[in-house]
Ligand binder design. Structure first.
Ligand code: IVH
Length: 713
């Protein structure tokens, strides 16, 4: 849509207008207004269509305000289709469109308490209220996600649509159906309502965002810059099953249109926004909770205090919020204030301080991970960003650096995505002075300190450069640390420091060594008592019984995480069968692409790896498929196809062991009592779960002993 040259032009133009204070006059004003219109349209395209803005929201608002100021001063030059006259569009050709039941507007923005006092005064003027009168505001977080309208007809979800151009939205109903906080049925008819549209913000949890990006990084896919982009991108995915995996949440912030069967609008059956919100919550929507999230404030000072309190605690909140929204709580007063073409006059956003900072990229270091992937890490002049001092930042891979044209010495714009991980948004290319140096990717493994250089490889279709055959041992150490960790064989108490010590002693060189540790020698090491060595031995022994998929995910095969490991384990009788698989065989598993297949084949082609697997088997480590490796539908064990739940204190085993035993016997372990539950196993002092199960009548109730009898039958 835009050429690179145009993009550069708009970037420079943005900088120019952002720095300029004075407004031009006459013909120059007219010229600048046309430029600003084009410029804002460009930024809207970057934001809504590309999900990849090049300026901050704050800067966008400044540009918009500048155009508004010019239009006010020179109304004769204002154009009817100026960006100030309509909200921006995210329509693409990928989804059908649907007309919102009421237009989806923006909010006016403000950045400090003074702006809010000014807003309050303006509202009082509009409403002809005396200065001293207090207005009741509903104050709630401004959720930073993707807006969505969900429409109901006859108490059933009829469609869901994104913002679009504010009038028409993209219909993404199939995706909305998998978002659990969107009720498929809601009793609007309770209040005589036949048709309704509820507005809300679709969000992704910050921790989920971090997980998704980690997965994308592993699979070599481009990363999302922040949770907002992740939510927007997820909503537009083609496969609702994938959408479901992202665990999106809708927080409903407004009951908008309500109407009867004949297509006539009805009045909202409440006096206040806070009351309508409470009702939506009763209907099954996730709404801002009262009074923690949505607070009804008497007067502007109380509203300001609520905003400031939230700015303090935004980090602890599981979703990203970029400010607060003040709404006049009473609908009759909202009505009297009315709307501009762009936003309601009865509401205003109070934006938090941006979590961005600029600093200098002083160097790039290259690290090697457990699968040999080389990660470039940017070293920064330390800068404070959202409460933390940042001095290094992952630059992910070569493409990430190329796309941003990063150079050593560049000033870079940092953002803390999801309030957690610092992320380089871009280099500030217009302040370069020519001394910046290109980032040179190493040709040989950068951490290898032996005399034997190892050339790095990058396979077609992969984002990462990798060290294909570690000769220096550093990768081996990372592999061992992972092997024993929670995400690997899950050996309790076997931490990184311990692995490093045993490695130094020469006791650990490969995975099989984990099962031939010299425990007597370990006891002689400082810091180890008899008891702790015994605990370690027990934990190591226990891990021998892990299901096959756990062993597979512990081997640090590039791109084989828990998901791929399970897919593979379910299809072989033992680990050695994988050594016989060829490309054709992998094609049967739709989730596994040719690159992952290649990585698995490469691992199993290495005689060294097979030897270690054979040693593991000889040492008693399970290498065979068990019930737990099968999807629930294919299990054949004594509890196959059954769902089970444990309650009360078990006497002969821990909860974790009980779960593992149940899974091994083919059962699926549930987390609560519901009509789906088949068996409840009760330990001592069972609580409300037992009562509930009895009430249901359909649940079998077993003692711990009965459970053990069943699984050994
Ligand atoms: S009320 C008539 N409340 O912010 C406009 N909007 O910049 C009513 N947003 O498009 C909007 N949290 O997607 C409202 N608590 C909240 C919100 C909220 C986030 C979004 C919304 C809107 C955008 C405006």
């Amino acid at each position: 849509m835009y050429t690179q040259e145009q993009e550069r032009y708009y970037y420079d133009l943005s900088r120019k207008f952002l720095e300029e204070k004075e407004l031009p006059k006459g013909a120059a004003a007219e010229e600048e207004m046309r430029e600003l219109e084009d410029l804002l349209r460009y930024h809207e395209w970057r934001y809504y269509v590309k999900d990849d803005p090049v300026i901050s929201d704050y800067e966008y608002d400044l540009l918009m305000k500048r155009l508004q100021a010019l239009e006010e001063a020179w109304p004769e030059y204002a154009s009817a289709d100026s960006p100030t006259q309509r909200v921006s569009s995210d329509l693409t050709e990928d989804f059908p469109t649907v007309e919102h039941l009421f237009p989806l507007l923006s909010l006016a923005n403000s950045y400090e308490a003074g702006d809010l006092r000014e807003f309050d005064a303006q509202v009082k003027r509009l409403l002809n209220l005396p200065e001293g009168e207090q207005i009741e505001y509903a104050v709630e977080p401004k959720f930073d996600g993707s807006s969505l309208g969900v429409a109901y007809e006859n108490d059933r979800l009829s469609w869901a649509a994104t913002r679009g151009d504010g009038i028409m939205g993209e219909e993404i109903t199939a995706n909305a159906r998998v978002i659990r906080s969107i009720p498929l049925k809601a009793a609007f008819s309770e209040k005589g309502i036949f048709r309704a549209e509820v507005r809300g913000e679709v969000l992704i949890r910050k921790d989920e965002f971090v997980k998704i990006n980690a997965e994308r990084e592993e699979l070599g896919e481009p990363l999302f810059a922040n949770p907002r982009n992740a939510a927007a991108g997820s909503l537009r995915m083609k496969d609702p099953k994938e959408v479901a995996r992202r665990r999106l949440v809708l927080i409903a912030y407004r009951l908008g249109y309500v109407g009867d069967e004949g297509g006539n609008a009805l009045p909202i059956p409440f006096e206040r926004h806070s009351e309508a919100t409470a009702w939506l919550s009763e209907l099954g929507f996730r709404t801002p909770r009262q009074p923690e999230e949505l607070k009804v404030c008497k007067g502007i000072e109380e509203a300001i205090a609520h905003c400031e309190a939230w700015e303090e605690k935004r980090d602890a909140y599981p979703f990203e919020i970029d400010g607060m929204v003040l709404k006049i709580n009473r609908y009759d007063l909202q009505e009297r204030c009315g709307y501009t073409a762009h936003h309601p006059r009865w509401a205003i956003a109070y934006k938090f301080k941006a979590r961005q900072a600029t600093t200098r990229l002083v160097a790039v270091e290259f690290q090697v991970g457990r699968t040999g992937v080389i990660t470039p890490v940017g070293k920064l002049e330390p800068v404070s960003l959202a409460g933390a001092t940042i001095s290094s930042v992952s630059l992910h891979n070569e493409d990430f650096i190329r796309e941003r044209d990063l150079r050593i010495g560049d000033k870079v714009l940092l953002e803390r995505a999801g309030d957690v991980i610092p992320y380089v948004v871009k280099a500030l290319t217009d302040v370069r002075d020519g001394s910046e140096k290109p980032i040179v990717y190493p040709e040989f493994c950068p951490v290898n300190d032996t005399d034997e250089p190892v050339r790095l490889v990058r396979r077609a279709g992969e984002a990462a450069w990798r060290c294909p055959a570690c000769v220096c041992g550093k990768q081996t150490l990372r592999k061992l640390v992972f092997f024993v960790s929670k995400d690997g064989m899950d050996i309790d108490g076997f931490g990184e420091a311990m692995v490093e010590r045993f490695y130094e002693q020469g006791w650990l060189r490969n995975f099989a060594d984990v099962y031939r540790l010299p425990y007597e020698e370990i006891e002689k090491l400082g810091g180890f008592g008899k008891k702790s060595v015994e605990n370690l031995r027990v934990a190591v022994e226990k891990s021998k019984n892990n299901p096959l998929h756990r062993l597979l995910q512990s081997l640090s095969i590039h791109q084989v995480g828990p998901k791929v490991a399970k897919l593979l384990a379910a299809r072989v009788k033992d680990v050695f069968e994988l050594a016989e698989w060829d490309e054709e065989r992998f094609k049967d598993i739709s989730e596994i692409g040719p690159i992952i297949a290649q990585n698995v084949m490469e691992f199993f082609r290495r005689e060294e790896n097979l030897r270690i697997l054979r040693e593991l088997q000889e040492l008693g480590v399970n290498v065979k498929r068990s019930e737990e490796d099968l999807p629930p539908a294919e299990r054949t064990g004594p509890l196959a196809g059954k769902t089970i739940l444990f309650t009360g204190a078990l006497q002969q085993m821990s909860r974790k062991e009980a779960k593992a035993l149940a899974e091994r016997a083919g059962a699926r372990v549930l987390s609560g009592v519901s009509s789906k539950l088949n068996v409840l196993v009760t330990g001592e002092k069972p609580g409300s779960k037992l009562r509930k199960a009895r009430e249901l009548g359909s649940v079998e109730i077993w003692t711990e002993k009965e459970f053990l009898d069943h699984i050994s039958s």
